[in-house]
Design a protein. Structure first.
Length: 367
């Protein structure tokens, strides 16, 4: 999934070039490129599908040139993760049917999607996460794929919390001695008091936003919990993975509800499980998350880009355009970020207000 705009990471992340296309950590690769590389050892490159906004088709091809254009699914509008996943599921149905049967699906054709030849396993992953220890990641993914291949269930990856984080969703686990545990509840981003309770209880893990399931399982759950949306996709199933797909999607996708997969399906489904991550993970959704994940100098300062000299300063994160130079003196625990003609200087503790400030600035026609 690579269609978001990363609004909490402004001004570096913009609608024209969102954070998944940026090299935030100075590795020489964008977050999207790192995500694709992460899965190359797990599935063939030909089985990787990038779902993105139509505005970013060329960016995806530029950054991952060995992808075939048919592997990039373009959303004509932003409709959150449930329609994104539903689109990918419909495309995979058409593609798998064609590969197995040697022909496109006929209009109105009845298909048994429980047929093992058609009922493939699917991994869903955001393109803007930082995941270290790739060998451990691969092991968890392969364990998850084995589970969903043998169970008619939905599986998510949970990350043991290291702090009471209010920017993540939480998953409550049912007591179990098994490594893969049944899910009791999902909770969207809690306030700090509730997050503290979650962490102290030992029953909750962070919701990573990564999922695994079989094609038939996710298809059935989407149809049960979001029937109106799935009826729209069913009307054009014979056009999926054909030259007619894009025209059909342009017509129906903007009419889909703006709803997340967590709220639309996962919170309502019955057979949901969680496998615990034993690798380092971060949702690089905020400047604070990037600060935590970045190398720091002796005073805890981070220079993401640009030539930055710190003096009598601690705990800052600075991101400048290439070729820019800055002297930061007497500044403590701030975010300093510049992109194009926009400069933001903000206390790190107030970064949750960035979106409100951005909206205020936009309303004054300053950006």
């Amino acid at each position: 999934m690579s269609g978001g705009i990363g609004s909490r990471f402004w001004p570096a992340s913009t609608a024209e070039r969102p954070k998944q296309f940026l090299d935030l950590l100075g590795t020489g690769k964008s977050l999207l490129q790192m995500t694709v590389d992460r899965f190359r050892n797990i599935v063939p490159l030909s089985n990787i599908i990038v779902v993105t906004n139509v505005l970013y088709r060329d960016l995806v091809l530029e950054q991952v040139p060995d992808l075939d254009p048919s592997q990039i699914l373009c959303e004509p509008s932003r409709r959150n993760t449930a329609p994104c996943i539903a689109y990918a599921v419909a495309h995979i149905q058409g593609r798998v049917f064609h590969q197995v049967m040697g022909r496109p699906m006929a209009e109105g054709e009845q298909v048994d999607w429980t047929d093992p030849k058609l009922n493939v396993s699917i991994i869903v992953a955001p393109s803007d996460h930082l995941i270290l220890q790739p060998e451990r990641f691969e092991r968890v993914i392969n364990e998850g794929l084995a589970f969903v291949s043998n169970h008619d269930a939905m599986l998510t990856i949970g990350v043991p919390p290291t702090r009471p984080e209010t920017n993540y969703g939480y998953i409550q686990m049912k007591p179990s001695e098994d490594k893969i545990k049944p899910v009791k509840t999902f909770t969207e981003k809690p306030n700090l008091e509730l997050a503290n309770v979650f962490v102290q209880s030992g029953e909750f893990v962070w919701n990573s936003g990564m999922f695994m399931w079989s094609l038939n399982t996710i298809k059935r759950e989407l149809e049960q919990h979001l029937p109106d949306m799935m009826t729209k996709f069913a009307l054009g199933l014979a056009q999926m993975a054909t030259p007619k797909e894009e025209e059909f999607i342009q017509e129906i996708f903007p009419t889909c509800p703006n709803i997340s997969i967590d709220y639309g399906v996962m919170e309502k489904a019955k057979d949901v499980y969680v496998v615990l991550a034993d690798f380092d993970w971060s949702d690089l959704g905020t400047w604070g998350a990037v600060y935590d994940a970045s190398a720091k100098d002796e005073e805890g300062n981070v220079a993401l880009a640009g030539e930055v000299t710190f003096s009598d300063s601690t705990g800052n994160i600075v991101c400048l355009p290439e070729g820019y130079t800055a002297l930061v003196r007497g500044l403590n625990h701030y975010i300093v970020a510049q992109a194009d003609h926009t400069l933001m200087i903000c206390p790190r503790r107030e970064e949750n207000d960035i979106e409100k400030v951005k909206a205020s600035v936009k309303s004054k026609n300053r950006i």
